[in-house]
Design a protein around this ligand. Structure first.
Ligand SMILES: O=C[C@H](O)COP(=O)(O)O
Length: 255
């Protein structure tokens, strides 16, 4: 089953609107012709609509970094799936470890958000991954299974097949430490097995599962050459056009 890799840049809390527009202009030029992979950028909320406008007519998709599960209501400071669709988003990152760690994101809320995003025709990028303490305690698979099963609860097989899961070991995020190609492949293959158990082989064969955690141009090709790794969720290296497009080109050439 061939799956088109997706390289998504998670800009986190970086970039003013002017900086965002300058970055996407450079990405647009440098990524032209990289048809073998899907490219997405996930700016902060304030830059979403201008970035969507700047990328109109290109194949580069835009995603948000978080969402509320209700379509509207008295939830001060929150942004709904309806608003993200209105702004022109295609993807929404849900359950990033920074949201779990700093903002109390729970598996239950991740699942609510995944369902709410699907209800608006958007595609979730659902993040799972273990901390260093959990890896050292030998419970990586247990943690990843719990997060994956809870996040995917009560979906349809077609929904799961169409979504993106990002495996991000927390200890590799922003630390410069990358999981080895083999370790990343092993956990991602394990996640695909969980999907197969829940939703069958067809969904498991189609769902795209990214790796995230200190991905750079130098390590992207090795990771992406692994059979179950379908792209990358890139943090720090997505903030500069040269490194982000370097990753895209490395992945295209490894296909
Ligand atoms: O969402 C992206 C990840 O948190 C990875 O961030 P990083 O590439 O800076 O390690």
């Amino acid at each position: 089953m061939s799956r088109r890799p997706i390289i998504a840049g998670n800009w986190k809390m970086h970039k003013t609107i002017a900086e965002a527009l300058a970055l996407v202009q450079e990405i647009k030029e440098a990524a032209a012709g990289c048809d073998g992979v899907e490219v997405a950028v996930c700016p902060p909320f304030t830059a979403l609509a201008p970035v969507v406008e700047a990328l109109r007519g290109t194949d580069i998709a835009v995603g948000a970094q978080n969402v509320h599960w209700e379509d509207k209501g008295a939830y001060t400071g929150e942004i709904s799936p309806v608003m993200l669709r209105d702004a022109g988003c295609r993807y929404v990152i849900i359950g990033h470890s920074e949201r779990r760690q700093y903002f109390g994101e729970t598996d239950e809320n991740v699942n609510r958000k995944v369902k709410a995003v699907f209800a608006q025709g958007l595609t979730p990028i659902m993040c799972v991954g273990e901390t260093l303490a959990e890896r050292e305690a030998g419970v990586t698979e247990k943690v990843v299974r719990t997060q994956t099963e809870a996040g995917l609860a009560a979906l349809t097989g077609e929904q799961v097949a169409g979504m993106v899961i990002a495996y991000e070991p927390v200890w590799a995020i922003g630390t410069g430490k990358t999981a080895s190609d083999e370790d990343a492949q092993q956990v991602i293959s394990f996640i695909r097995g969980i999907v197969a158990g829940l939703y069958g082989d067809s969904a498991a064969g189609r769902v795209r599962i990214q790796y995230g955690g200190s991905v750079k141009p130098e390590n992207a090709a090795g990771l992406m050459a692994k059979p179950d790794i379908d792209g990358a969720l890139v943090g720090g290296a997505s903030l500069e056009a040269a490194s982000f497009t370097g990753i895209i080109r490395a992945v295209v050439s490894s296909e």
